[in-house]
Design a protein around this ligand. Sequence first.
Ligand SMILES: C[S@@+](CC[C@H](N)C(=O)[O-])C[C@H]1O[C@@H](n2cnc3c(N)ncnc32)[C@H](O)[C@@H]1O
Length: 521
Amino acid sequence: MVLHDLKFVEKNTMVDHGKVESDGDISLAENLVILSMAKFSVDYPHFVKSSGTCVVLRAPDKHDEAKRNRKLRAYLLGNLDRCAVCKVGETGDIGLLTTSAETEGYLCYLLTATRDSSIGITKVENTGDSRKEAKVSTSAQENVTGVKRGSEQLAAMKHYNENLQRDRSTRHKSYILHLRNLNNCVKSHLIKYGVKCSKKAAVAILDLGCGMGGDILKWLKGSFEVSRYVGVDIAKASLEQFARERLKSNPQKEKVTHLICADLGTESLTSVDNTLDVHTWGRRDGSIYGKWEALSSPLSEKDKFDVASCQFAMHYMFQTSKKASHFFAEISRHLAKGGVFVATTIDSRVVVDMAAQVEACSVRDEDHLGKARKTDQQRRLMFNDDFGNTLLEMSFGGDAWNRMILPAQEQRSLTGEDDWAYGIQYVFQLRDTGDAAAVNAPEWLVPLGAPLERLAARHGLRVALCKNFHEVVKGDFEKGANATHIPSNLGKFGVFNLKGTMSETEWKLAHLYVALVFEKL
Ligand SMILES: C[S@@+](CC[C@H](N)C(=O)[O-])C[C@H]1O[C@@H](n2cnc3c(N)ncnc32)[C@H](O)[C@@H]1O
């Protein structure tokens, strides 16, 4: 038997939790550091419980540590779907600690796992033969209509397909309720602003990465007329939920002419080469019903929209310059002249700044608010709340991190003009409620500034506005005719807590987001 240290990260400090005993198999685990708690069904749907190396949590000598261990076990036993996410040894690999109802004492299973950088999902390495099918496939797969989609896109698709319930039912439990309310407030204003800029009496909307249709009422119940709405998303289950729950009994549902299931980085809404799952309306016996069909080119070149919108989804399209270019070409093709494209995404300027600060301070293996945890393979930016819960972790592979912090000049000389700016991948794990992750899929930095301006220009678009959420909260998008008076509406959207503000951590998280407006020239 080998004894290992068991430690928790609490309030940014490492706390001893006694020892773990193993039969020696887990050579990686010189120590285990519990990082957070998770749910198999939500966070790790591909893991099979109780299939890993058997370890025994030993009752430690000191009383308070024993209590801590009992608490951990009670947590794990309280709901068999739960696990503790831990760092295994010094390698930075992720392990999942779980336990089983049948066992006595502190018997737990450690599922040793590695982080698969190509898909950003941790996967079990040492499952038994019978459980091989539970492994995550990392190869490209086909969608139902035979279109090949990349593994990263499948990871995003899976994540969003499997997290359908987190939208409304868990909202009141959210650690980041006020941030979510702020996001809604900004989206609502951005949408109004886009509509005002388009100067149309009735606007046609193209909503890219529309998900479950959480924004549909912002469009259909806004202070403006909508002539038509088309939603596109890679996650079909999200679109099905959109049609079923948000549209079925909505009197304006016919305005939602199409919900299209497509990968916006590779698939075209007009090309005959793609066959896509599309939801449209039909009529039978005088009543309207929604139907799904496999269609090629659901839209034609003639389908033009006044406002295109991509809320919190644009970062999925920047894996390569080809994908980003495809995405912008689709937007440009379908935007009417004078139309606008509004978007919200991660502010890469803030992320790069934080990473550079971390490098400058050479913070090693320490957890701080907004500081990084560095290991050889991975770099992480972590945001903890006052209770030591990690609300957000952005983890980068070593290569992505290094490319991100190299000065732009040097990067250009490495790979030619703007190539360096694409494919800077991270996994964004935003903890929403006690046991559900709001987002847990690979994303790519959107290179704000010159590279994005050049990309937009190549597709006949101009970046008209680029404002961090901090700037947005403090003022309006613009003075004059298109002003949207945001500060006076924050209270109405429930952005403030009982103290009449947002928590410090949520405010820091808000700094990570940016609102963008593009004009079609
Ligand atoms: C954070 S959600 C945002 C949903 C919605 N726009 C909102 O603001 O509530 C991101 C959405 O992007 C979609 N998505 C991710 N990758 C995509 C891709 N390659 N093509 C189309 N949609 C994608 C996801 O399925 C998900 O619904």
